[in-house]
Ligand binder design. Structure first.
Ligand SMILES: Cc1ncc(COP(=O)(O)O)c(C=O)c1O
Length: 500
């Protein structure tokens, strides 16, 4: 056997040292706080490939010393600034199955069992969103001419897929629908949603040749319905063809949810495709209580985006797109003579992506091992944490809460002593902005605790851009003492930086 043969032999090498490396990573609560980004960059400046081959164990030792030690401790309970989750242990345990089998869901020739399993798990999620009859799911669960939905590499591609579907469904013709509408005399083809929509819609508009019209938001950071009606009216006057209305269930910055029922009604009146981006907040469909409280109207959407690698705590690459009417997916059909043939039963006929990993297996595992009840407990814990942190901020002298969270994302800022308890003008807010940039950057570099940062106009100080600290609370390990620790860390850093 040659050396290369052994790399592909079925007698797997013992990989205890890999599990040890993972364990070591998880045991560290804080990221290394002594090394700056510049120093880490210096470690990765080699661009020649004249390596002497070493064995896996030595390579893992190299990774431990140079790479893993500088990896971000997303799993830490005080790392509460991002949407990338800690994975449940059973996901880490089952991951080698997905990697080792390496099934490619583009077509059944490269993925038999897992293709049908993805369809089954998508039907379960579709049922949670739309709650159609048993007969409906019996008809469509394994229907290969239509699709209830499929996995994508993330929320971005799901949103792009939704806009592609909306454009394709907007006209009953062959070829480019964009050209069709322009040739019909329309000045532009547009999609409309709130100014707080994720920037994936800008990418979708760019890719598809559409314009994205952004609508302002109300005091709850939901799309402003009066303004929306005016924008739609203006589009009619300016001869612009609207193809989709987009609602968001959990904005990236505020966690706010649009009035989905009202948007669905407007979409119906105007005969528009209605899409809901539930990449963040869509996870609440797993709880019937929260679904009714937070996501009313999601069931009226023609397409829905969910993101398994956010609140569902699945590995990265677990976006999902759902079609209320499975026939809608046919709008995106593509075939090739060497694969995904017209008469085939391949999911790859409907997807923008080609090769796709079997991430549906992770969702099926989580739904089976954690179950809806397990998810509901985690979501409840996250909402309680957000409320706890909001109350702490309101009660503190040092911080200002920007708005009462509707989900589990909080925006707030540090107010240096000299600006407390006074009316703040634009110059004051600029100075406070600088203090918050420095505070957040220092906290990030130090690595002990973490929240992220955004810049937004708010209803507290209209027309002024504020730098805001952003806390995303969904790690099941985060307890109230960790939230206290993050806020105390910020107060300590502010003191050290003389931001007082
Ligand atoms: C509301 C919303 N939609 C879409 C996305 C894009 O998701 P992904 O990063 O998986 O492409 C995000 C990511 O933060 C998001 O918050």
């Amino acid at each position: 056997m040659t050396k290369n043969d052994s790399l592909f032999s079925n007698d797997f090498l013992s990989t205890d040292f890999i599990m040890a490396a993972i364990q070591q990573f998880y045991q560290h609560r804080d990221a290394d706080d002594s090394v700056s980004f510049n120093e880490i960059q210096k470690l990765f400046r080699s661009f020649t490939t004249d390596y002497h081959s070493i064995d896996l164990e030595k390579y893992i030792r190299h990774l431990n010393q140079n790479v893993l030690i500088h990896s971000t401790h997303l799993a830490s309970p005080t790392f509460i600034g991002h949407m990338t989750s800690r994975l449940p242990n059973f996901i880490i345990q089952i991951a080698p199955l997905v990697v080792a089998l390496n099934q490619n869901l583009i077509k059944t020739e490269t993925s038999k069992g897992l293709t049908f399993q993805e369809k089954e798990v998508m039907a379960k999620m579709h049922h949670l969103i739309y709650d159609f009859s048993d007969e409906f799911y019996q008809k469509y669960i394994q229907d290969h001419s239509n699709s209830l939905g499929f996995f994508t590499s993330g929320g971005t591609i799901s949103n792009v897929t939704a806009m592609y579907t909306a454009l394709n469904a907007s006209a009953d013709c062959e070829g480019s629908r964009l050209k069709y509408w322009l040739q019909k005399g329309f000045a532009d083809v547009v999609i409309i949603g709130s100014e707080l929509l994720h920037y994936s819609f800008e990418k979708a508009a760019d890719l598809l040749g559409l314009s994205f019209i952004k609508c302002s938001v109300n005091a709850q950071y939901q799309i402003d319905l009066n303004e929306l009606n005016k924008l739609i009216e203006r589009c009619h006057l300016e001869n612009k063809k609207i193809i989709a209305l987009i609602g968001v269930a959990g904005t990236t910055d505020f966690g706010s949810v649009d009035d989905l029922s009202a948007l669905a009604n407007i979409a119906k009146q105007e005969n528009l495709h209605f899409h809901v981006d539930g990449a963040w907040g869509g996870a609440f469909i797993l709880s019937s209580t929260y679904k009714n409280q937070l996501l009313k109207g999601i069931e009226k959407a023609d397409t829905v985006t969910l993101d398994g690698h956010k609140q569902l705590m699945l590995p990265l690459g677990s976006g999902m797109i759902f079609f209320k009417q499975p026939e809608l997916a046919r709008q995106n059909m593509h075939h090739a003579p060497y694969a995904v043939r017209e008469s085939s039963i391949d999911i790859g006929r409907f997807t923008i992506e080609g090769s796709r990993v079997a991430n549906g297996l992770y969702l099926d595992t989580a739904l089976t091992l954690l179950g809806q009840e397990g998810y509901e407990d985690i979501l409840k814990h996250s909402l309680a944490n957000a409320q706890y942190m909001a109350n702490k901020i309101i009660a503190s002298e040092e911080f200002e809460l920007i708005f009462q969270p509707s989900m589990n994302i909080l925006l707030y800022r540090y107010i240096p002593l000299q600006y407390r308890n006074k009316h703040l003008n634009e110059d004051d807010n600029k100075a406070i902005n600088q203090a918050n940039v420095l505070l957040q950057k220092t906290q990030k570099e130090k690595g002990r605790t973490f929240v992220s940062r955004t810049t937004r106009q708010t209803h507290l100080y209209p027309q002024q851009s504020l730098v805001l600290l952003r806390s995303v609370l969904f790690n099941p390990l985060t307890q109230t003492q960790h939230i206290d620790e993050v806020l105390q860390d910020q107060i300590n850093i502010a003191k050290k930086l003389n931001l007082e």
